[in-house]
Design a protein around this ligand. Structure first.
Ligand code: TXA
Ligand code: MG
Length: 338
């Protein structure tokens, strides 16, 4: 049975946090909110507990997990010595949506790192998450709390719908603030290498430590095993329109409406009055897209859309992370529609 526990995100009840922490200490699984998406947590030092994460999610064993810590002392138990750049980045961006790939401390369960000699670590910027980790007294390994292949969860209800009966507890702290996953930065190399774009942008990182590269080649991406797997495979095809005008958008939607129910997520009202069209209109803005995109995709799927058309945004700044996720989700990308 999966117990759902509601918590005040600002002032979480300490007895309820302690009951979740004792599950973690005893090798169980607790889903919890972070500022990015909900995570599915287990004691990162307990091999059997970490195995349960992979089983519950149906996650391939070669896709390593992020370890969450609540203090620099706890960080020391999970990683080797920090380089000067790693220390600067942790100081500047933690707690927050930046994951650092560092040398692994051998006390961390081997399957957390899927056999690599590195470990990905972050300190989440969310009171419930920090209280849980601190109360558990151990680093918490936590991938996103979805079944492997589904969009990351931004509400407790999303976790419940994917993992009910497979995990012990879900801490419900409301909708997550950011809505897409953290930036993953490899700092075992110099210059540091972005393995997964996220809310912390390359420009922000460069302000702290100078040159930062973005992984592009196959060779570089091999260092981020997660990117070998499609980020998620929607139940229905997603068509991404990178840039378009409202006119061409209408044409594309009309074409697909001939064949059934169509979902639309975009920032231009589609201008079509068709009962088979279900539209979610967002602001033309990276924050609004990040915050709402996964929930909108789940909702349109649940409402029976046979396909979802997504209107993209500029991939400057934070938009790069949003567009990265949309390109991975898309089965078709329309680059230059007329
Ligand atoms: O915002 C987030 O990062 C959320 C919350 C819960 O913290 N977590 C998350 O975890 O998105 P997950 O498992 O869905 O994604 C982890 C990513 C994967 O792309 C994985 O390949 C990469 O981090 N990763 C983990 N350990 C790594 C390592 N040692 N070296 C390179 N990449 C690693
Ligand atoms: Mg994930």
């Amino acid at each position: 049975m999966t117990v759902l526990v509601r918590l005040d995100p600002e002032w979480p009840d300490s007895d309820l946090i302690e009951s979740a922490a004792s599950i973690i200490r005893n090798g169980g699984l607790v889903a919890f909110p972070t500022e990015t998406v909900y995570g599915l947590g287990a004691d990162a030092m307990n091999e059997a507990a970490v195995q349960r994460i992979f089983e519950a999610k149906g996650r391939p064993a070669d896709n390593p997990l992020i370890v969450h810590v609540c203090s620099t002392e706890m960080l020391g138990t999970a990683v080797g010595r920090l380089s000067e750049k790693a220390r600067l980045l942790a100081e500047r961006f933690w707690p927050g949506p930046l994951t650092l790939v560092l040398a692994r401390n051998s006390k961390v369960a081997a399957s957390v790192s899927s056999g690599l000699d590195t470990v990905a670590v972050r300190m989440p910027g969310c009171r419930i998450a920090l209280d849980l980790i601190s109360s558990a007294g151990t680093p918490v390994a936590a991938p996103s709390g979805n079944t492997s292949g589904r969009p990351s969860p931004t509400t407790a209800a999303h976790v419940f719908s994917d993992l009910d009966g497979r995990i012990d507890m879900i801490l419900d702290g409301g909708t997550t603030n950011i809505g897409i996953e953290s930036t993953v930065l490899d700092v075992t190399t110099d210059p540091p290498l972005i393995l997964r774009p996220g809310w912390i942008t390359r420009e922000q990182l460069a302000e702290s430590v100078g040159q930062v590269e973005i992984a592009r080649s196959e060779e570089e991406l091999k260092r981020s095993p997660g990117t070998r797997h499609r980020h998620y495979t929607p139940r229905v095809p997603v068509i991404l329109i990178e840039q378009t005008t409202p006119h061409s958008l209408g044409e594309i939607l009309k074409r697909h409406l001939k064949h059934g129910k169509v979902g639309f997520i975009g920032h231009s009202p589609a201008g079509l009055d068709d009962p088979r069209l279900q539209a979610v209109i967002l602001r033309n803005d990276a924050r609004d897209y990040a915050h709402s995109i996964y929930a909108a995709l789940r909702e349109l799927e649940d409402q029976g859309a046979q396909l979802v058309v997504v209107q993209g945004i500029s991939d400057k700044g934070e938009g790069a992370a949003v567009m990265d996720r949309l390109r991975r989700a898309a089965s078709e990308i329309i680059r230059n529609s007329e």
